[in-house]
Design a protein around this ligand. Sequence first.
Ligand code: FES
Length: 83
Amino acid sequence: MAKITVVGQGDCEFDGEFSMLEALDEGGFDMPYSCRGGNCGACSVRLISGEVVEIQTPVYDSGEGEILTCSCIPVSDVVIELI
Ligand code: FES
């Protein structure tokens, strides 16, 4: 189990959900998303600390230090920031 902290908003637990986005949804966060498939970039956030691994290969090319919450899961406690 890993803790996901959203800067300025709080935190929730990742407990085997399909994606970080799903864990954030279940944690009550109103996260931006659209395709959930790594195509649109709507779910892009800044990864402040911690490690993630991709669960699908995104088409969208996120910027340096950014991750797609629909396309990864945390493998340690992570801190993310909305952008
Ligand atoms: S929701 Fe579209 S890339 Fe994540």
